[in-house]
Design a binder for this molecule. Structure first.
Ligand code: HEC
Length: 616
């Protein structure tokens, strides 16, 4: 008799469907003859299969799949340490669950829609062959096999997961254990640890890691420079004397983007699911050396029901010289933010949402599809290497897309079912080059309804605060990118020779005339739909250079008074600003100005009505 498991392994799941449809009677002798023929031929096929592919065993077939695809989370010190999968006994114990999770493609987590995304080199999906092997192993009774076949457990240098098993060149850890109380809301901590380097180094790989993932909700690491002669303790004291809560007031970021966005480079991020990052493609991140350099561990601890401790660290692997491209990690689409279609003004009063320039209105109770759209224009040619969307329990989906300077649009990453339990950094297989004047648009939805099984309280309003607890929300679509026109060695020399004050006083005009950089402009005009479906600004003013991509109530007042002109511009990527509702109105527009033989196009980053008609 053929074992059911073997038939199933060969893809014959429900034999009765071979002979009659559900509800139909079997068709007598013909069916029986067919049965005999099928069984005989299947026996032959299976005998052949059995000869070629013996039943999978843990040691020979399954361990290597688990080690390669599951171990980074399912081992001691990692996020799924409660479900270890490194030994036969551990895997055997939950074999059925493993089968179910991999067959349904729920594990390993990879919440990307591949049809609407670029390709990623850390794509975690198992091959169908590996899934079949695991399923066949479990159906065959999950045998252990021969110990001699067992591959080595993947090396981890004291928990550091460099793919080649390399020891880190430098590990910077918190100086001691942080005590985390059993209960309650814990304010973010900001802990400064000295960078023990006298010279700058280029980072080719890094890993940010809590010693106790159960209490670390997330952490963000930046490098800061303290004024000469001041240590972290002096800062804390000075801050207290001045009545300032945040001792970091005198610190300045060590690494910022040289573009007009002038954002702070986020050195490392830890969220559940984070693991080692290896940069490659001629790119690296900068770690500044010097006597006043400190890492700021900004950590959000979360109580886990018992008093606990953590001592987080970051590990670095360096390369000897500068790379071709310096990497910056920033919020990739946060210059302008729209909430449910309404563009938010950067001078509105209230608490700005963490990492943004605006006050994001709270998500109402039971709202199932609250929408945020973030927009950032890139005045310089850039290359994108990585995406990392971040939200909390109500996060529902994220989509990153780009509007190119010729107007065409492309979806880059679609995460249709965002899950805060595993927040991946998606590493592009081929880094994406965006010409100067491109715009990144990220759309996220939040589900505060009962349909969201992770929702801790649908009846509550959910706030975007400046220090968010896990029951608050965040909108942080990180990217890692480089600026193509900049040579890191040159850039680096320039940054070193320029003081912060000089940098701050460099005018927009100067900064935006950097090699290959376009300008951000501001115009008023009449919003008109062209027969081609394009949106145009007619009777428009000459562009004025702007230092911000988003707008303020003051700027809108000024725009209202500004006379129309005789310019005409094509507007790119405006659908999030709901143009059909403003057709024929006088509008104030900001965006990246792209000029060629056909005139000026504007890749729009702000569009607001300033008068309901365009008669003047
Ligand atoms: C990115 C990290 C990550 C990777 C990679 C990963 N898992 Fe998981 N897995 C988790 C987390 C976190 C949980 C716990 C989910 C929860 O709390 O509900 C989990 C849960 C599970 C469970 C359910 C345990 C239970 O008792 O409900 C199984 C089974 C499982 N994983 C198997 C696998 C297998 C097999 C692989 C590799 C093929 C894998 N996982 C890869 C993070 C991961």
């Amino acid at each position: 008799m053929i074992e059911r498991s073997k038939l199933e392994a060969a893809g014959v799941f429900e034999m009765k469907f071979l002979f009659h449809k559900p509800g139909e009677q079997p068709r007598g002798t013909v069916t029986w003859m067919a049965f005999v023929v099928v069984v005989v031929s299947l026996s032959i096929v299976l005998a052949g299969l059995a000869a070629q592919a013996p039943e999978p065993t843990f040691s020979k077939d399954v361990a290597s799949i688990l080690f390669k695809n599951c171990a980074k989370c399912h081992r001691e010190g990692q996020i799924a340490s409660a479900v270890p999968l490194l030994t036969y006994e551990a895997a055997r114990f939950r074999a059925d669950k493993i089968k179910r999770k991999v067959a349904a493609r729920e594990m390993p987590p990879w919440p990307v829609d591949p049809a609407r995304s670029l390709r990623f080199r850390n794509d975690a999906r198992l091959s169908q062959k590996d899934i079949n092997t695991i399923v066949a192993w479990v159906r065959g009774g999950a045998p252990k096999g021969d110990d001699a076949d067992l591959p080595a457990i993947p090396k981890s240098e004291e928990g550091w997961m460099h793919p080649q098993g390399l020891k880190p060149d430098l590990v910077i850890s918190l100086p001691g254990d942080v005590h985390v109380p059993a209960q309650g809301e814990i304010p973010y901590v900001s802990l400064l640890v000295r960078v023990p380097l006298s010279e700058d180094r280029w980072i080719t790989a890094s890993q940010t890691r809590p010693s106790n993932p159960a209490v670390v909700h997330h952490m963000a690491l930046t490098e800061v420079a303290l004024p000469d002669g001041l240590g972290p303790a002096d800062l804390g004291q000075a801050a207290r004397q001045m009545g300032i809560a945040n001792g970091l007031f005198a610190a300045r970021p060590a690494v910022t983007t040289p573009s007009i966005l002038n954002q702070i480079d986020m050195l490392g991020i830890y969220t559940p699911g984070s693991t080692v990052e290896v940069y490659g493609d001629g790119s690296a991140k900068l770690l500044r050396g010097g006597k006043n350099m400190y890492l700021d561990f900004n950590i959000h601890y979360e109580a886990d029901g018992k008093p606990d401790t953590d001592r987080s660290s970051i590990a670095f692997w360096f390369q000897p010289g500068p790379p071709e491209h310096q990497l910056f990690r920033v919020n990739g689409a946060g210059e302008t933010i729209l909430a449910n279609g309404k563009e938010l003004l950067t001078d509105a009063r209230g608490t700005k949402a963490e990492g943004t320039k605006v006050v994001i209105p709270p998500i109402p109770p039971f709202a199932g599809h609250y929408e945020l759209v973030g927009v950032t224009g890139y005045p310089q040619a850039v290359t994108i290497y990585q995406f990392q969307p971040h939200a909390h329990h109500r996060g529902k989906d994220f989509t990153y897309s780009v509007v190119y300077p010729d107007g065409h649009e492309q979806t880059l990453l679609s995460v249709p079912q965002y899950d805060h339990r595993w927040q991946m950094a998606y590493e592009l297989e081929t880094p994406l080059k965006l010409p100067a004047g491109s715009k990144i648009v990220v759309t996220a939805h939040y589900d505060n309804s009962k349909m969201n099984m992770h929702n801790p309280g649908p009846e509550k309003q959910v706030y975007f605060r400046d220090q968010n607890q896990s029951w608050d929300e965040m909108f942080t679509p990180f990217i890692q990118y480089s600026i193509d026109s900049q040579n890191p060695a040159e850039l680096h020399a320039k940054a070193a020779s320029q003081s912060q004050d000089e940098k701050a006083s460099t005018s927009v005009q100067q900064r935006s005339t950097d090699k290959g950089s376009l300008q951000t402009g501001e115009v008023v005009g009449c919003l008109v739909a062209a027969p081609s479906g394009n949106w145009l600004l007619t009777k428009a003013s000459q562009p004025a250079v702007s230092d911000a991509q988003a707008t303020t109530s003051t700027a809108l007042k000024a725009a209202e008074a500004k006379p129309l002109g005789n310019q005409r511009y094509q507007l790119l990527g405006v659908k999030m600003f709901n143009p059909s509702r403003r057709q024929g109105e006088k509008v104030a527009v900001k965006g990246i100005l792209i000029e060629d033989a056909n005139g000026i196009r504007i890749n729009v980053t702000s569009l607001q009505s300033v008068a309901t008609n365009c008669a003047q």
